[in-house]
Design a protein around this ligand. Structure first.
Ligand SMILES: CC[C@H](C(=O)O)C(=O)SCCNC(=O)CCNC(=O)[C@H](O)C(C)(C)COP(=O)(O)OP(=O)(O)OC[C@H]1O[C@@H](n2cnc3c(N)ncnc32)[C@H](O)[C@@H]1OP(=O)(O)O
Length: 319
């Protein structure tokens, strides 16, 4: 082969390689950008993820367990029963890692957040709280948890907190990082922060105001009110009440009841369910013009896609 032909072939192969690499890099850059934009705090706010992870890791115990099911509904379990599912530092890191796994789940449609051993979550582990009660560490933990819970709420999955037993302090805040809340009869959500000389710091106050309005939020935080299912439904915090399966004979297990409740919203192909969540999220979080532009982009992803073409071909009627 002539030297000129040979070097043309090498150049061509190199160019293809570079193109492949740059497209790969662009995809990565987009992914990283998306990840960053889901967070509230980054290095420009003085937030150093690795530093706080190292600090939190020192307070271990418990775990956050993730079960991805073929149905497209995942179950996230807060698991630290000997401390009423309080969040240790390592569980905070676990949570952030599980959220990352859910961000990269193309088949996902729904998420149920529950506590282990018949209670939801009693907030931060008070042993860790005592050890990091200085201002600086408190701020770092607060930023870490705000990032993790904001990313949880922004997942392209329809999420529900299944409240059994008690959701206290940070546990109450966690329920507000889901799209919906279901309460077992007899369970309680309580923002106990005032009794601890605090206010919510995991984003729970901001989200609570969005959910129930500022008047009700002021009452719940100012009075550290115990919210039972009836009050929760009345003020719009709670979306459904489940029968306590131990107290009501013949009632299905709570997780099964929650899955049945959620399934009406997760029925259908994953790309469509994810698009539904994304348009609602942009409407909830963005100024109108930006939300409209985002809605157009998301619409563009489902228009003419397989589910849309299939529906058109089937000439379905909506009776
Ligand atoms: C406030 C803001 C902050 C944030 O947002 O970051 C927080 O969340 S601070 C934490 C707020 N939560 C609390 O203050 C809960 C305190 N605990 C209780 O009120 C009770 O323990 C209760 C109601 C959860 C359960 O009461 P019960 O009588 O049923 O059981 P025990 O009290 O015997 O609890 C069993 C066992 O769990 C330990 N426990 C419970 N919650 C925590 C917690 N948040 N951190 C660490 N440990 C907790 C409790 O001490 C018992 O352990 P034991 O070794 O048997 O004494």
């Amino acid at each position: 082969m002539e030297i000129a032909t040979c070097s043309r072939m090498v150049l061509c192969a190199l160019r293809q390689q570079v193109l492949r690499c740059s497209s790969h890099c662009r995809t990565w850059a987009r992914l990283l950008q998306r990840q960053r934009s889901s967070c509230v705090y980054s290095s420009i706010h003085g937030f150093n993820q690795d530093e706080i992870r190292e600090k939190l890791q020192a307070f271990h115990g418990g775990s956050i367990d993730l079960l991805k099911q073929d149905s497209g509904i995942a179950v996230l379990t807060i698991n630290n029963p000997s401390r009423m599912n309080a969040f240790s530092g390592s569980m905070m890191i676990d949570l952030e890692e599980r959220v990352s796994q859910l961000e990269n789940w193309p088949e996902g449609k729904g998420l149920i957040v529950q506590g282990a051993a018949e209670t939801f979550c009693s907030g931060s582990d008070l042993n860790a709280v005592r050890a990091i009660s200085n201002q600086q560490d408190g701020m770092k933990m607060c930023m870490f948890m705000q990032n993790a819970l904001t990313r949880l709420l922004r997942l392209p999955l329809i999420s529900v907190a299944l409240v059994e037993g008690r959701a206290l302090g940070g546990g109450a805040e966690l329920t507000t990082a889901c799209d919906f809340r279901l309460m077992e009869a007899g369970s309680v959500i309580q923002f106990v922060h005032k009794h601890m000389g605090l206010v919510p710091g995991w984003g729970g106050a901001a989200r609570l105001v969005h959910l129930v309005g500022s008047q009700n939020a002021l009452k719940l935080l100012g009075g550290a009110v115990k919210v039972d299912p009836e009050l929760g439904v009345n003020i719009g915090l709670v979306d459904g009440v489940l029968e306590g399966h131990q107290k009501t004979e013949g009632a299905a297990p709570l997780l099964q009841q929650a899955e049945n409740w959620l399934s009406r919203y997760t029925k259908g192909p994953a790309p469509v369910i994810q698009a539904v969540k994304k348009v609602v999220l942009s409407g909830r979080e963005l100024p109108l013009s930006e939300a409209l532009r985002t809605e157009k982009d998301i619409f563009g992803m489902v228009w003419g896609a397989p589910a849309n073409l299939e529906a058109l071909a089937s000439k379905s009627k909506h009776k």
